[in-house]
Design a protein around this ligand. Structure first.
Ligand code: MCN
Length: 793
């Protein structure tokens, strides 16, 4: 066995199980006596719910129950809570309208759950749901941001006039205005961050179970953070004490953010299981997922940069409308605000920044975090802006970036929008990416493409992002209604094998491997003797789950702390066994040594002594070798880097092929380079998808037009080139691993590099900006409408 510690590309342990079809997903779990739930959803964007006649449905074979919002409300079931509160400029708290689990008086988006039918089989439930007679009175609906803010627009919630959820600001407006007054150039850009539908490979599912004798509930669910679901559902929706509610998130087939949130269906199956004293399972159809999983992005922004004559950025002003959808999903208010506007400095020294965010309700599916969550929006805005400034001023886009970079010796660097970056080196990642992408050889390749009748373009984006969200105290001040620490328990068993219990969740990121590597590295235990357990509130002390690329920087750091405790206790036991003083005991390569002697004890000797304490310092130490740590980080971590995209456009049809993609990222210390490469490539694939094809579209009435894979274009393997990845390292200065997160960088850095490349390819057509997705239709229209500049000259 070769080296398997920190820095080794160990193959993913979990893949044995997944590749052999032995994964255990929520829908694979079946409980004795299980019934099946089908949710009847609104087909109206906005309507009064006048009545539900369920007589025919109830009479159908196999039907056990039909429940409505009124039934649940009568039983005291609360609404779906929001986990983050934002305050508006004027100090008022955001409008937080009720979000019933099943609609009560009104439906507010297509897909809003209206009733649940529970039957012996799923097909029976589905057939019966067809027979529910729902009496609606249609109301006018608003589906887009622009429509929702028009004077006289229909209102989604009575208590949110003008459809405004909050009107928030950050930064020094007066400073920014003063800088604009001095600027040599003012560059303005309107841009859209398109609406996305996450589409994890496994659709959501939930199975509620109830044990009548103990009064205990169990929810199996496709979740990225089971403890938070237990907290929200137990405390706010079902009013169950936590010790009576177990939430299990077994194998989860991708989440990309969409499985962070507490969804109504989780409460519906848990509550129904209690009512019926039978397990109740719901599994989402793919078409149902399109209209019930939280969507992502959907921002409209206007950005203005004040620029000095030499190209230095003096001030940035940004105004954003952010779509919340019809209700506030768990973390929705934090996405356009503290996870986006706080990153508007990017990698640049812009001294003054002012941003306003208006969050708007519409008659659409709730919008929340999707891979990157706020940071892709900030990066896209800035990195498009830089290219547009280069376009408008004639300054070279690489020189402009280099001129404005935060220098490597300026860290820790305080931005004007709250963040303090701890480390980074943007010149180096830029240089490394340009070399790998052969930036200097591009014009030759462009000429070669032109000879084949193709338009070639190259674009870059230089980004920084904030992940490993923390610390709890700060997050609390900013509106989080939960802590943002992480928990780890390291249990060394008597014979020296180890179980790691982590409050994070793995739904594709390979934690069972990388976390085992951490333990192997620090405790010297062979990989085969380490198991990583996540996703079960009955097994794990507590956890804040997985999002914001926090599992390694925060969860991994908790493990390091717990292992430090194991080693500290082990040294005391070893000192006792070897009759030495604790100060003389060193721990190295899995053994405790008495310094300066050849005396040593293995970790297994120590764990056996701890569990069979016949010869043990029992007055001083408790038996056992099992330690827990809670780690609350001091700051976010700040990965950064440079992504370069090269595209070729076929002007005959407007289609874009990404012909080369290079991502050079600074992720701090890397545990497993192979897994990190996969993470970056996956993120880049999603970023390319957003930039070129993905787009959720509602029609004016509020019907989701892109409600299936026929209309919502997901990228496929042939849409990508080989994605070249590289890394440069500056260590995170405040966590014990020196690691920064990597799970979202690909989705954050890539979209602007793709659009910058597309705009570059169209440079002879006078294109300054183009909104995502750069679809063939859009590009073809541009080509048709504009004569190539060279031809016209
Ligand atoms: N890692 C490492 N060295 C580093 C950083 C990370 O070896 N310097 C490893 C970690 O140990 C872990 C993986 O890379 O195995 C990702 O770690 P991290 O960046 O901490 O991110 P999380 O594990 O917290 O994953 C969440 C992140 C997010 S927010 C989304 S969204 C996302 C993602 O990662 N969703 C994913 N990657 C995904 N990958 C898959 N396959 N499926 C998803 O749903």
């Amino acid at each position: 066995m070769g080296f398997e510690g920190i820095g080794a590309s160990v193959r993913r342990k979990e893949d044995q199980r997944f590749l052999a079809g032995r994964g255990n997903y929520t829908d694979d779990i079946n409980r004795p006596g299980q019934a099946h739930a089908v949710i009847k959803r609104s087909d109206r964007p906005h309507a009064k719910l006048l009545g539900i006649n369920s007589a025919a449905a109830r009479a159908m074979p196999g039907v056990i129950a039909v429940y409505t919002g009124a039934d649940m409300q009568a039983d005291g079931v609360g609404g779906v809570p929001c986990g983050w509160q934002i305050h508006s400029k004027d100090g008022s708290a955001m409008n937080e309208p009720p979000h019933p689990v099943l609609a009560v008086d009104l439906v507010r988006h297509v897909g809003d759950p209206v009733a649940v039918v529970i039957a012996e089989t799923r097909q029976q439930a589905r057939n019966a749901a067809e027979l529910l007679e729902i009496d609606y009175e249609d109301l006018p609906a608003v589906a887009t941001l622009r429509d929702a803010v028009k004077p006289g627009a229909a209102t989604v919630h009575d208590n949110a006039p003008g459809n405004v959820c909050f009107d928030w600001e950050i930064g020094e407006r007066a400073m920014v205005d003063a800088a604009f007054a001095q600027a040599a150039h003012v560059v303005k850009l309107d841009l859209t961050n398109n609406r996305l539908i996450p589409n994890a490979m496994e659709t959501r599912a939930a199975l509620g179970d109830y044990e009548r004798t103990s009064g205990e509930y169990t929810l199996y669910t496709t979740s990225q953070n089971p403890h938070v679901i237990r907290l929200l559902m137990g405390a706010f929706v079902l009013h169950l004490p936590e010790h009576k509610l177990r939430v299990v998130a077994p194998d989860v087939g991708g989440g990309f953010g969409s499985k962070i949130f507490h969804y109504a269906e989780e409460a519906i199956v848990t509550w129904s299981a209690g009512k019926l004293c039978r397990p109740v399972k719901w599994t989402c159809d793919r078409s149902e997922a399109f209209m019930s999983d939280a969507h992502g992005r959907d921002h409209e922004s206007t950005a203005e940069m004040a620029v000095a004559a030499d190209g230095r950025f003096l001030a940035l002003r940004v105004k954003t409308l952010a779509n919340m959808g019809a209700y506030l999903s768990t973390f929705a208010p934090s996405i356009p605000t503290y996870l986006s506007a706080t990153l508007l400095a990017g990698v640049y020294t812009t001294p003054a920044i002012y941003a306003e965010v208006k969050a708007i309700f519409t008659n659409t599916v709730p919008v929340d975090a999707y891979r990157g969550a706020g940071r892709p929006e900030a990066t896209y805005l800035l990195e498009r802006m830089v290219d547009v400034i280069a376009h408008d001023t004639g300054i070279d886009r690489v020189a402009l970036r280099r001129l404005n970079f935060i220098p490597a010796n300026a860290f820790p660097y305080q931005t004007p929008v709250a963040m303090q970056y701890d480390s980074g080196d943007y010149q180096t990642t830029l240089a490394s990416a340009m070399k790998a992408a052969d930036w200097d050889g591009f014009e030759q390749r462009r000429a070669e493409s032109a000879r084949r009748g193709k338009l070639r373009g190259i674009g870059m984006s230089t980004y920084v992002e904030a992940c490993g969200i923390a610390p709890s105290k700060l997050a609390g001040q900013l509106g989080a209604r939960a802590g943002l620490y992480e928990t780890a328990e390291i249990r060394v068993h008597p014979t020296g094998s180890v179980t790691v219990f982590t409050g994070t969740h793995s739904h594709g990121q390979g934690h069972e491997t990388t976390f085992a590597q951490l333990v192997h590295d620090q405790l010297g235990v062979p990989m085969a003797m380490i198991d990583v357990v996540h996703g079960d509130t009955d097994k794990i002390p507590f956890g804040m789950g997985t999002y914001g690329s926090r599992s390694l920087p925060v969860g991994g750091s908790a493990m390091v702390k717990a292992m430090d405790k194991i080693i500290a206790k082990g040294r005391k036991i070893a000192a006792h066994l070897m009759e030495a003083s604790v100060e003389d005991i060193e721990f190295k390569d899995g053994s405790f040594h008495v310094a300066g002697t050849d005396k040593s004890k293995t970790l297994t000797d120590i764990s056996m002594a701890a569990y069979v304490p016949h010869n043990y310092p029992i007055e001083e130490l408790e038996p056992g070798l099992d330690e827990t740590a809670f780690y609350d980080p001091k700051n976010f971590t700040f990965p950064g880097g440079c992504h370069i995209c090269e595209v070729e456009i076929d002007p005959e049809v407007g289609s874009t092929q990404v012909v080369n993609f290079v991502a050079v990222d600074d992720l701090g210390r890397i545990i497993n380079p192979m897994i990190v490469e996969g993470q970056v490539q996956g993120g880049v694939a999603q970023g390319i998808g957003q930039a070129l094809m993905e787009n959720a579209v509602y029609d004016e009435q509020g019907q989701l037009v892109t409600g299936s894979f026929m209309d919502y274009t997901m990228p496929r393997a042939h849409d990508f080139p080989n994605i070249t990845t590289g890394t440069e390292m500056t260590l995170c200065t405040h966590n014990p691993l020196g690691s920064k997160g990597c799970g979202e960088t690909g989705a954050i850095g890539s979209p602007p590099s793709v659009i910058n490349a597309v705009v570059d390819a169209l440079r002879d057509y006078g294109v300054r900006h183009l909104d995502m997705p750069a679809s063939p239709q859009k590009i073809w229209a541009i080509i048709q409408a504009n004569q190539p500049r060279m031809a016209a000259e």
